[in-house]
Every structure is written in C-alpha cells, then in structure tokens.
Design a protein around this ligand. Structure first.
Ligand SMILES: NC(=O)c1ccc[n+]([C@@H]2O[C@H](COP(=O)([O-])OP(=O)(O)OC[C@H]3O[C@@H](n4cnc5c(N)ncnc54)[C@H](O)[C@@H]3O)[C@@H](O)[C@H]2O)c1
Length: 322
C-alpha cells in the first residue's frame, strides 16, 4: 500500500514535532516546512527534531511560508495527501507590537499554502487556529458558532486564516478543517508560554510576573489530547469544511496554576502582580461537544495530572542543561 504523504508546516516546533513523531511512527512519509523563526532559539527546535532527521521517511525544508516560489517547488515536486498547517508567528503579546509581521506570516503565508493546495489538488488541509479568536466577551464554554471579536493581531490573523480556509473549501473543493487549540502544554512546550516560563522561574528562584490579579482562567490542553484531535481531523471526511474546538473543557485560574507548579516542583513561587496586558483575554473555555461528535475526541488529561507529566519532562531538561 502507498504510504500517505503529509506536509507539516511548523514541524520543528512544539506541537508540530510531536505530530511528526506520531505520523512517522504510523508509517507515514513526512515533509516538514519550517524556517526556524527566531521567536525562540533554533537550538530548541533542532533538539525537537533530532530523531526525525535520522528517519528515512522524513524530509526537512528550511523555507519561509512567505516565499511562494519555494513553497511551490516543494509542493509541485511530490504527491502530498494532506497539509497540516501549524507554522505561524505564535504568541498574543508580541503581536501587539508587531502586527505587520504576524499578518504576513499568518495570513499571507496561509493563503500561499491554500493556493498551492488548490493548484496541486491536495485532498485535505488542516489549519491550526486558536481559542484567542473568541475575544473577551464570548459566553463560556465557547461554542464554535459564537461571534468572534478578537482583541490581538495574532487572534485576528487566525480568524482571517479560518475565513480563507472556508473560502477555499467553498470555491475549490478543498476539504479544510480549522482546529481551535486551547492553550497547549506538555513536553517541548514553547518557552514563552506560562507553564514553561513559570516552571523555569520557580526552579531558578526568580520572580514570576503575573499580569492582572491571577484570576484569569485558562482551559489548558495536554499535548496528547491535542494530537488525538489533530490525527482524527486528518482522517475526517464527512464534510468539506469544519471549525472544531480542541480543549480540555475545564478551566483553572493563573493563581491555581502557580499552586500546582509549586506542588510539583516542591518549591515556593515569588509572584509579582502587574496591570493586565493589552490583548490578553480574561477566560478561555472550550465547549468540545462538536469534537466529541465529529472526531470522537475524548481528552483524558486534566491539568491536575498533566502538570506532573510536564514537570517530569522539565526536570529531565534541567538535568541535561547542567
Ligand atoms: N501552543 C499553543 O498553546 C497554541 C494555542 C493555539 C494555537 N496554536 C497554534 O498552533 C500552531 C503551533 O504552535 P506551537 O505552540 O507548536 O508553536 P511553535 O512556535 O513551537 O511552532 C511553530 C513553528 O512554525 C515555524 N514558523 C514560524 N514562522 C514561520 C515561517 N514564516 N515560515 C515557516 N515556518 C515558520 C516556527 O519556526 C516554529 O517551529 C501555531 O499555528 C499556533 O498559532 C498554538
């Protein structure tokens, strides 16, 4: 039987490198596009993909999504079954000071890929969207049909990406599935994200900066649960366009999160409170009924048990650095 060929953009990053692990383990052919964006060190991303580089069914293209010609060379030269588009400028707060770059990578980059998916007749396109697009006013738990009122350039670019996916699906018979990820954590988590950043600061005995009163609530999703949803979306064929939340459907406050980290790390945090930052939303909370129905999604790792798994990985990393 012919191997399925997956093109994973952002495959050197946190979620992408985990997805590549799974696709290779399942016997797939995997091509990755990643430009090793300097948002966090390339050395971290290289470490994520060390094993992949040895694999005979893996190929890495160090290419920027903004470069349509280079993308075309890659996509036109091999039969690709599914594109899983995870590459993006991530992070809400830096987008507030740098909206143009976010637009170019997240909107124009996504359009470049959709256009090539259309021209080279790729069957399925999965797009990594974000819970941040709901904005501050949605009724919790957020349903996919809630009105979108993004309050950061990052969130607005993800909403634009979803609209482009819908348009391409409608006009050009390209199946597109937009997955709204709710803050993802686990081994290899991006160093800028709260759980990883807080763990590092607590371990080093340095103060944690909390913006707001620490009562903001987040629905944190464990990486294995996100992968469960992404892998199911890759096989989903019942309709030509869907938007689906992938979360844990439980929330905790930032203060409680710090408490859980203190317990797991067996060390007290020094917490400094500051005024809230522009672009941050007070709450994310996923309604996951649609994911349960369409993808048989069944998340199994609430934050209370996931934190322990994260800290296990974090301690190993710290050991290796020493
Ligand atoms: N991690 C989360 O909590 C979360 C939540 C919601 C949505 N998402 C989305 O999921 C996707 C993956 O997130 P992640 O946390 O793994 O981020 P990540 O930063 O670890 O991975 C993204 C990868 O994309 C690459 N990239 C960035 N700009 C690029 C460009 N111009 N050309 C080619 N490659 C480029 C980066 O080098 C990186 O390896 C992103 O689209 C992100 O917006 C993540």
């Amino acid at each position: 039987m012919k191997k399925r060929h997956y093109l994973v953009t952002g495959g050197a990053g946190f979620i992408g490198s985990h997805l590549v692990d799974r696709l290779l383990a399942a016997g797939g052919q995997v091509s990755v596009i990643d430009n090793f964006d300097p948002f966090y060190p390339a050395s971290v991303k290289l470490k994520n993909i060390t094993d992949h580089l040895q694999h005979p069914s893996y190929r890495l293209y160090e290419v920027d999504l903004r470069n349509y010609g280079s993308l075309e060379t890659i996509i036109s030269s091999q039969p690709i079954d599914v594109i899983i588009h995870l590459a993006a400028k991530a992070g809400v707060r830096p987008s507030v000071t740098n909206p143009l770059d976010y637009h170019e990578v997240n909107v124009t980059g996504t359009l470049n890929l959709l256009e090539l998916a259309r021209r080279y007749r790729i069957g399925q396109f999965i797009f990594a969207s974000s819970s941040s697009i709901y904005g501050p006013a949605a009724t919790a738990p957020f349903r996919e049909d809630a009105p979108l009122l993004p309050i950061s350039p990052y969130a607005a670019t993800k909403a634009a990406g979803e609209l482009l996916c819908h348009t391409y699906s409608h006009l050009y018979d390209l199946r597109t599935i937009c997955l709204r990820f709710f803050t993802v954590y686990g081994a290899r988590q991006r160093p800028d994200l709260a759980i990883h950043k807080f763990a590092r600061l607590i371990a080093e005995g340095r103060p944690i900066q909390v913006y707001g009163d620490g009562l903001a609530e987040r629905d944190f999703t464990f990486i294995d649960d996100i992968l469960q949803g992404v892998l199911a979306a890759i096989d989903y064929q019942q309709s030509s366009f869907e938007i689906i939340n992938l979360g844990e459907s439980g929330t905790i406050t930032v203060n409680r999160l710090i408490g859980l980290l203190e317990e797991a790390l067996e060390k007290k945090a020094i917490v400094e409170y500051h005024p809230p930052q522009a672009g941050d939303v007070p709450l994310t909370h996923a309604n996951i009924e649609k994911a349960r129905q369409l993808l048989r999604y069944n998340p199994t790792t609430p934050i209370e048990s996931g934190i322990g798994k994260f800290v296990e990985w974090f301690r190993q990393e710290q050991q290796e650095i020493k």
